[in-house]
Design a protein around this ligand. Structure first.
Ligand code: HEC
Ligand code: HEC
Ligand code: HEC
Ligand code: HEC
Ligand code: HEC
Length: 460
């Protein structure tokens, strides 16, 4: 031991290295024990410090030791005879130390990898940049699915690639060069066979699914207008034939398309390749289906071309209010509540003053709107809170995220990028635009659809 200390003390660089390594080691062990005891309640910064910061310091310290010995090798030679008198003990000691080092580095590496996979690392470390995404994620059907399960997928090559680009992104945030808003579509998304299809079976046949969409008007009575659809989700049957919306997800036929804008909403050229390899090309009016494909980005359709917001769903202003009114948190007994809500959501609040400002806006509106009975007056508070929550969820001025920044493509409008009846093949036949191919419309814009009463869910 004394000899080893002599070796470390032979020059200041090695000495510094030994001290730094020891301190980092002790720091790592203490924080590791602390984090193991305190579980998930700690913030992301402590994890970052323990699993990334300290191990880096530890390794840097270790590297300093040989560097010092190399730089001051003349002095070292003088001490060598001191040390070589009992060489084997020294070798044994160094071996033991190396073993401990490898164990520490291994544990740290393992913990670091786990930590980088956690929602905490991905979602809250770069708080301002990620918080809009994170806030919608924790309120989605996939709130318990780890970010990496959709964004990276299994396998080491994806892992390394994603870690590298992930770290570059962290660096971009630190140097404030990340783009605001974060642009979508995300171009380096892993193939969906490695992500979504690890949990969802693409061939699964889904029976028709009932969808009820309630809308409300800006009038005094907040009149209801309800659409009831039977979605033909479909899929692949046991005999291999496919139909319905998830015909798209069957393994046989492949749809690829060219988009001319970055958001993939302008699609002049679509190619269908069936299981036998036969191709059919559909184009918009001024593109020849028999000619060369127009310039643009070529892409093969997969799950996220429709489900682009399975986990980060930003809402449309009117749709969010409709959902709030339908669920009852925004009461229809408040006259004009949708109209005043739409106004309140459009004003230029900050994240600090939105809640109080929206409350004030509603109070002022209802003060000048005749006197409301006290029990209706009492509904202003909860309605105002719900409207403020809609604003907070969807609007993030620091990230330039406002209404319409992120658009959902798995609804009617997303399908109309191709199914608008204006994409024709060489025979003049269009991609199907038949309403019934996608959904049976059981009621359209009815205030209190009979069909819902028959299901026993009417009269809302
Ligand atoms: C269920 C799958 C899924 C999960 C879980 C998921 N994402 Fe995503 N994420 C997506 C898809 C799909 C897109 C959109 C891709 C596109 O439009 O091309 C996306 C887009 C994003 C974007 C771009 C901006 C935006 O808000 O749309 C960011 C940033 C992001 N995800 C981060 C995260 C983080 C951080 C987590 C974990 C807290 C996470 N994601 C969890 C599937 C997922
Ligand atoms: C780790 C497993 C897992 C992964 C990966 C995953 N999902 Fe899911 N997904 C689920 C589960 C579980 C549900 C059902 C959640 C519920 O009903 O609460 C679900 C629900 C859904 C739904 C129905 C949502 C709704 O509103 O009812 C859609 C659509 C969906 N997933 C699409 C995707 C897409 C697209 C991807 C890939 C980007 C993906 N999922 C990746 C597990 C997963
Ligand atoms: C052509 C667009 C499109 C593609 C491609 C697509 N989906 Fe869907 N999917 C839909 C629509 C539309 C619905 C019905 C949504 C609704 O109920 O409003 C749906 C429904 C679902 C549901 C809910 C089913 C249920 O039980 O109610 C899941 C889960 C899902 N999709 C997963 C996937 C996965 C995984 C993939 C990729 C293998 C995929 N989808 C590909 C459009 C698509
Ligand atoms: C990139 C273009 C594109 C988009 C976007 C798209 N589709 Fe398609 N879809 C096609 C093509 C091409 C076909 C095959 C030609 C046909 O059936 O007319 C098809 C076929 C279908 C079929 C008929 C399947 C059968 O039984 O033959 C349904 C249903 C369908 N799509 C639903 C949807 C829905 C719902 C959406 C939106 C959520 C959607 N599609 C989005 C290109 C697209
Ligand atoms: C290519 C598939 C497709 C075709 C064709 C199609 N739709 Fe849709 N439509 C959808 C999808 C997907 C939704 C979203 C369902 C949901 O909100 O979950 C939808 C929603 C709707 C809604 C409800 C909107 C809401 O938010 O209340 C109405 C109404 C509607 N469609 C009418 C029609 C009519 C009328 C036609 C024929 C002219 C038609 N659709 C053709 C796919 C299609």
């Amino acid at each position: 031991m004394r000899r080893l200390i002599l070796l470390f003390r032979s020059n200041w660089i090695s000495a510094l290295g030994a001290v730094v390594t020891t301190l980092a080691f002790m720091g790592f062990v203490t924080t590791w024990i602390y984090l193991s005891l305190h579980g998930a309640s700690h913030g992301p910064y402590l994890g970052m410090f323990a699993f990334i910061g300290l191990p880096m310091v530890f390794v840097a310290g270790l590297l300093l030791i040989p560097v010092g010995l190399l730089v001051y090798r003349n002095q070292l030679r003088q001490r060598m005879d001191l040390l070589t008198r009992k060489p084997f003990r020294l070798v044994r000691f160094i071996l033991l130390l190396t073993l401990i080092n490898v164990a520490v580095a291994g544990t740290a590496g393992y913990e670091a990898v786990h930590f980088m996979d956690s929602q905490q690392f991905c979602g809250s470390l770069c708080h301002e940049v990620m918080s809009p995404t994170y806030d919608t994620y924790i309120d989605s059907p996939h709130a318990r699915v780890r970010c990496v399960e959709c964004h990276i997928g299994p396998g080491a090559s994806g892992f390394v690639k994603a870690k590298v680009s992930g770290l570059l992104r962290v660096a971009a945030v630190l140097f404030d060069t990340s783009r605001r808003p974060i642009p979508t579509p995300v171009h380096d998304m892993a193939p969906t066979e490695d992500t979504c299809e690890q949990c969802h079976w693409p061939e699964r046949y889904v029976e028709d699914r009932l969808v009820v969409r309630q809308h409300f008007a800006d009038d005094e009575a907040v009149s209801a207008s309800t659409n009831v659809l039977l979605m033909r989700v479909g899929g692949t049957r046991s005999d291999g034939s496919a139909s319905g919306i998830h015909w798209h997800a069957q393994p046989g036929s492949v749809v690829s398309y060219i988009s001319t804008d970055d958001s993939r909403t302008k699609i002049p050229w679509v190619k269908l390749t069936d299981a036998a390899g036969k191709e059919r090309i559909f184009t918009i009016e001024d593109v020849d289906p028999k000619g060369p494909p127009p310039p643009g980005q070529l892409r093969t359709m997969n799950c996220v071309d429709c489900h682009n917001q399975p986990s980060h769903r930003f809402q449309d202003r009117g749709q969010a209010l409709d959902e709030g009114i339908a669920s009852g948190v925004i009461s229809r007994r408040l006259p004009f509540v949708r109209k005043v809500g739409m106004e309140a959501l459009e004003l230029g609040w900050t994240r600090e003053n939105a809640k109080a400002g929206i409350r004030q806006h509603l109070d002022r509106f209802y003060a000048g709107n005749g006197s409301l009975p006290p029990d209706v007056q009492a509904l202003i508070g909860p309605a105002s809170d719900a409207i403020a929550e809609i604003w907070m969820r969807n609007i993030h001025p620091a990230m330039n995220i406002t209404w319409g920044t992120y658009r959902d493509l798995d609804g009617h409008d997303g399908c109309m990028r191709c199914h608008d009846g204006e994409h024709l093949d060489a025979d003049g036949e269009s991609i199907t635009a038949d309403c019934e191919a996608c959904h049976a419309t059981l009621a359209e814009k009815e205030s209190d659809p009979d069909v819902l009463k028959r299901f026993g869910i009417g009269g809302r």
